[in-house]
Design a protein around this ligand. Structure first.
Ligand SMILES: Nc1ncnc2c1ncn2[C@@H]1O[C@H](COP(=O)(O)OP(=O)(O)OP(=O)(O)O)[C@@H](O)[C@H]1O
Length: 259
């Protein structure tokens, strides 16, 4: 089942501090949508409202054709594969067991792992280069390995929507490329991929659509070539840069801080 994710007029404040204001976002099946913005602009908070870790003050979330407010927690969990920023290690679990937690919403209550669960977990371990670490204690992993465990947990769900907070965090260049290739192949299969990225160069190269958050508001949205203008880079990100388009696609060239 393919399903997009749509956010309408979503607003949220922490106490008296407004963090998200009238956010509108469409993430479509078959596309990688990158949520970008400076530190503190509200990216993680917005993603948390999407996987219902946070109830926004107002606004709507649509998962496919369903208003998320009408769905049970389990039904929401079945539609989403989630990877959080700086995942805490799941104490006492092996890498395999930790990845396998992603299958929980897809099994009956207290049900045992099915052959399909095993197959999907093995595939996610292989896709993220973790097969050889499967029996290791997750607390003994490096930051990059832990990041890949979190991603594998989201991937093994085979959910129609992936929500990934900084999936390239802690990853070396080779693993960044591998992860973006993996997400591209999931998108090609019809999955909706919504992710946050700090690395604007990666966002420009790897995303189909960008949504730029600035102080909790959508400052721009569209294809990277439309969105990442010299003016926006200066005003929102405080950098002097330009997007160069050559045979390899769009490439962001940054020459310093904006004056
Ligand atoms: N639980 C919370 N209680 C109070 N304020 C919060 C809470 N979570 C986030 N904030 C504040 O909301 C704002 C947005 O935070 P958020 O983590 O969503 O930003 P971000 O764009 O993901 O930032 P970064 O790029 O640094 O990861 C920040 O000012 C942050 O301090």
């Amino acid at each position: 089942m393919n399903a997009g994710l749509r956010i309408e007029e979503l607003s949220h404040a922490f106490g008296t501090h407004p963090v998200l204001s009238n956010v509108l976002l469409d993430s479509r099946p078959g596309e990688i949508t990158g949520l970008v913005g400076p530190n503190g602009s509200g990216k993680t908070t917005l993603l948390r409202t999407c996987y219902r870790a946070l109830r926004p003050d107002s606004g709507h979330l649509w998962l496919g054709t369903d208003d998320a407010d009408t769905l049970s927690r389990r039904a929401v969990a079945q539609r989403l594969g989630v990877s959080v920023q700086e995942p805490a290690p799941t104490l006492g679990l092996t890498v395999r067991e930790s990845v396998g937690l992603g299958r929980t919403p897809h099994r009956p209550w207290l049900g045992a792992e099915t052959p399909q669960d095993v197959e999907l977990i093995d595939a996610a371990l292989a896709d993220t280069g973790l097969s050889s670490l499967a029996d290791r204690d997750v607390t003994h992993l490096s930051g990059g390995e832990r990041q890949r465990v979190s991603l594998a947990r989201a991937l093994c769900t085979r959910a129609p929507i992936l929500l990934l907070d900084e999936p390239s965090n802690h990853l070396d260049l080779q693993h960044q490329i591998a992860v973006m290739d993996l997400l591209r192949s999931r998108a090609d299969d019809g999955t909706t991929v919504l992710l946050t990225l700090h690395d604007l160069r990666l966002a420009a190269e790897a995303c189909d659509q960008l949504v730029v958050l600035h102080a909790g508001r959508v400052a721009a949205h569209g294809e990277p070539t439309q969105v990442l203008t010299t003016e926006l880079l200066a005003e929102v990100f405080g950098i002097r840069g330009r997007l160069v388009i050559d045979d390899d696609g769009p490439r962001l060239v940054v020459s310093g801080r904006a004056p």
